[in-house]
Design a binder for this molecule. Structure first.
Ligand SMILES: NC(=O)c1ccc[n+]([C@@H]2O[C@H](COP(=O)([O-])OP(=O)(O)OC[C@H]3O[C@@H](n4cnc5c(N)ncnc54)[C@H](O)[C@@H]3O)[C@@H](O)[C@H]2O)c1
Length: 378
C-alpha cells in the first residue's frame, strides 16, 4: 500500500517511519530539500540504534529505508491510498496544499491532517470532495507514542473513517475516536495539568519544585507540570493554551497564565533554551521541594479534580467515549491512570465536593463542576 506523508519535520518524519515499519511504501514530500536530507539521516541513526539493541535486524533496516522515497514534488503522491499532511500549522497554507493534493491523487484517496489545533472541517472546506478529509493526530515522537486520535469532520464519510481507523490500528497504534472540537481529547483534557499548577504557583501556595514533587511523588505522574512544560517548551505550550482558550470562545476554564507568558517572553522556553522554570545550565543544582505532605496532597487534589472535571466535560459534550478519554490520557500523555477510573476510585462525591468548595471560595467559572459529574455523583 502506498502512503504519502507531506512535511518532513518532527512529525512527518516520524509518521513516515511508522508507515514504513508497517510495510507500506512511503513517499515523504517536503518543500525543503534540507528537511528531507535531515529526515533521511535521522532515520538512519534511529534504525542503526534499533539494530544495535536487537529490536530490528540489518535486513529490516534496509527494507524500512528502502520503502521510503524522499521528494520535493507532491506529484509523487500519485497512486497513494492516503496522504497524511504534517506541515506548518497555518490554515491558509493547509488549504492551498489540500486543494493541490486533490488534483494529484485519485478520488478515493484519503486526505488526512495531523493538525493539533485547526478544525478538520475548516481544512476539508478546501476540497471538492471533502468526504475524504479526516484528522489523524499522532503524538510526538510518533514512532514511540502509541496514541493516535482519529477525528472525523462533519463532512467525513463513514467509509473514510472506517478505512483510516483500520489502517492506523493495523500499524499497532491505539486509536481513539474524537469529535472535531478544539484540542481534540488530550490537548483539551490536559489543560488543567499546566493551568492549575501555574495558578497554584501564582497564588503563592508552593514553588515549581514543590508542585512537581506533589504531582510525581504523591500523584504518580511521570513528570511534574513545570518539568513537562520546560520539556515541551513554554512558547509551544503557551501557544496551545492560547489557541484552545480562543477556540472555546474564551471560556475562563482555559485562561492562559501570565507566569507562562512572561517566561516565554523572557526566552525562558525550557530545556531548549537552557532555562525555563528551572535552570538547565551545567552544574546548577535543581531546587529542592518543600516536602510537606499536607500541602502536597492539597496541590495534587486540586489539579486532579480539575483534570477529572475536564474529562467529564469531554464525555458530557460527546467529544469521546469515557473509555476513549481514559485511553487517550494514559496512552497519549502517560497519565498513571485514566481520569474517569481515578474519579471512581477516589469517589465521585469527593471529587464534586472539592470542586464545589473551590467554586464557592473563588466564585470563578473555571471551578464550576460539570453537570455529568453532578448527575453521576448523585
Ligand atoms: N510537534 C509536535 O509535537 C506535534 C504533535 C502533534 C501534531 N503536530 C502537528 O503536526 C504538524 C507538523 O508539526 P511539526 O512539529 O512536525 O512541524 P515542523 O516545523 O517540524 O515541520 C514542518 C515541515 O513542513 C514543511 N513544510 C511547510 N510548508 C510546506 C508545504 N507547503 N509543502 C510541503 N512541506 C511544507 C517544512 O519545510 C517542515 O519540514 C502541525 O500541524 C502540528 O500542529 C505537531
Amino acid at each position: 500500500m502506498k502512503v504519502g506523508v507531506l512535511g518532513a519535520g518532527t512529525m512527518g518524519a516520524g509518521i513516515a517511519q511508522v508507515a514504513s515499519q508497517n510495510g507500506c511504501e512511503v513517499v515523504l514530500v517536503d518543500l525543503n530539500q534540507d528537511m528531507l536530507t535531515k529526515a533521511e539521516n535521522n532515520l538512519d541513526k534511529i534504525l542503526a540504534r534499533l539494530v544495535e539493541k536487537g529490536v530490528v535486524s540489518d535486513d529490516d533496516k534496509i527494507n524500512i529505508q528502502g520503502r521510503i522515497t524522499y521528494s520535493t514534488d507532491s506529484k509523487d503522491f500519485k497512486g497513494s491510498k492516503i496522504v497524511i499532511e504534517a506541515i506548518v500549522e497555518k490554515l491558509e497554507v493547509k488549504h492551498a496544499v489540500f486543494a493541490n493534493l486533490e488534483s494529484i491523487v485519485a478520488n478515493d484517496c484519503i486526505l488526512a491532517s495531523n493538525t493539533s489545533s485547526l478544525s478538520i472541517a475548516s481544512i476539508g472546506s478546501a476540497l471538492k470532495n471533502p468526504s475524504r478529509v479526516i484528522g489523524i493526530h499522532f503524538f510526538n515522537p510518533a514512532p514511540l507514542m502509541p496514541l493516535v486520535e482519529i477525528i472525523p469532520a462533519v463532512q467525513t464519510s463513514q467509509e473514510t473513517l472506517t478505512s483510516a481507523k483500520s489502517l492506523i490500528d493495523s500499524w499497532g497504534k491505539v486509536t481513539v475516536l474524537c469529535k472535531d472540537t478544539p484540542g481534540f481529547i488530550v490537548n483539551r483534557v490536559a489543560r488543567p495539568f499546566y493551568g492549575e499548577a501555574l495558578r497554584i504557583y501564582e497564588e503563592g501556595i508552593a514553588d515549581f519544585a514543590t508542585i512537581d514533587w506533589a504531582m510525581t511523588e504523591l500523584g504518580g505522574f511521570k513528570m511534574g507540570p513545570f518539568t513537562l512544560m520546560d520539556y515541551i517548551g513554554n512558547d509551544v505550550n503557551y501557544a496551545v493554551t492560547e489557541s484552545v482558550f480562543a477556540a472555546f470562545y474564551y471560556d475562563p476554564r482555559f485562561k492562559p497564565s501570565f507566569t507562562q507568558r512572561r517566561h516565554s517572553e523572557a526566552g525562558f522556553l525550557g530545556r531548549k533554551s537552557g532555562r525555563g522554570y528551572f535552570d538547565y545550565a551545567e552544574g546548577v543544582i535543581k531546587p529542592e521541594p518543600t516536602k510537606d505532605e499536607v500541602v502536597g496532597k492539597q496541590i495534587l487534589d486540586r489539579i486532579l479534580v480539575m483534570l477529572i472535571n475536564e474529562a467529564f466535560d469531554a464525555v458530557f459534550m460527546q467529544v469521546a467515549s469515557a473509555e476513549d478519554v481514559d485511553k487517550a490520557m494514559t496512552k497519549g500523555v502517560n497519565y498513571p491512570k485514566g481520569l474517569l477510573v481515578w474519579a471512581e476510585e477516589i469517589g465521585l462525591k469527593n471529587v464534586l465536593g472539592q470542586l464545589e468548595a473551590l467554586f464557592a471560595e473563588y466564585g470563578e467559572d473555571r471551578y464550576r463542576p460539570n453537570p455529568l459529574l453532578r448527575r453521576m455523583a448523585k
